[in-house]
Design a protein around this ligand. Structure first.
Ligand SMILES: C[S@@+](CC[C@H](N)C(=O)[O-])C[C@H]1O[C@@H](n2cnc3c(N)ncnc32)[C@H](O)[C@@H]1O
Length: 204
């Protein structure tokens, strides 16, 4: 198995501060500490060879120009035919920043070749779904970090999964945090290996 892991998954927000420790503690993992782009020297011989390229709470922080010129061209270049591109996009569904969040989600979906109508359907489904999980009031209070509540009131924050296979045969945009898989997601994953069966994947 080859996994490119560059983040501790702890949401600390500034990338892997413990990089050297990871290198030491996980010798079986190949770590590349670089921005993903099409002409990476380390991956020059590995075009079309990854089963999946995935990210969690990352792409919404990356400038649009880098998503357009580097990240998505690279995703399409390094994935094997029918490989999976899976990205969880955190977003403000309601409250301060919701318009910017929606615009970013739609842009990421467009770069993933997912039709806007599918994204809007996914969002509607999320709004109606009692199992949708939102950032808690406690989380919000930590997040506002001393800013007066009146100036930064409660928001509905959640996460959407943007998934596609290239060349495009299957796509969906659905809430990430439901306890069940939607029909579309089940269909999408039915023919895919489960995450721990990916022979090779890139974690952004
Ligand atoms: C909320 S954290 C998510 C980290 C991890 N994936 C997780 O789930 O815990 C956001 C990550 O995006 C990365 N990031 C922010 N801006 C970026 C950029 N312009 N290019 C690449 N990564 C960026 C940060 O370094 C940080 O690791």
């Amino acid at each position: 198995m080859t996994l490119f892991k560059v983040d501790p998954y702890d949401g600390t927000g500034n990338g892997p501060t413990e990089y050297k420790i990871f290198v030491k503690n996980f010798p079986e993992v190949r770590l590349i500490r670089q921005f993903l782009r099409p002409d990476m020297e380390e991956l020059s011989k590995e075009k079309e060879s990854f089963d999946a390229i995935y990210s969690i709470s990352v792409l919404e922080h990356v400038p649009l120009s880098a998503l357009e010129e580097d990240v998505f061209p690279a995703i399409k270049m390094y994935l094997r035919p029918q490989g999976l591109s899976i990205h969880a996009i955190d977003m403000v569904r309601k409250g301060i920043g919701d318009k910017e969040s929606l615009s970013m989600l739609l842009k990421i979906a467009e770069l993933s070749e997912i039709p806007e109508v599918d994204v809007m359907q996914g969002l509607e489904q999320m709004d109606d779904d009692v199992e949708t999980y939102y950032l808690s009031a406690e989380g919000h209070n930590l997040w506002r970090n001393g800013i007066l509540y009146e100036k930064f009131p409660m928001r509905k924050c959640t996460s959407m999964q943007v998934c596609a296979r290239y060349p495009l045969t299957s796509v969906y945009a659905q809430p990430s945090l439901n306890s069940h898989l939607s029909n579309k997601a089940s269909e999408f994953f039915a023919t895919a290996p489960s995450a721990n069966q990916f022979n090779r994947s890139i974690n952004l």
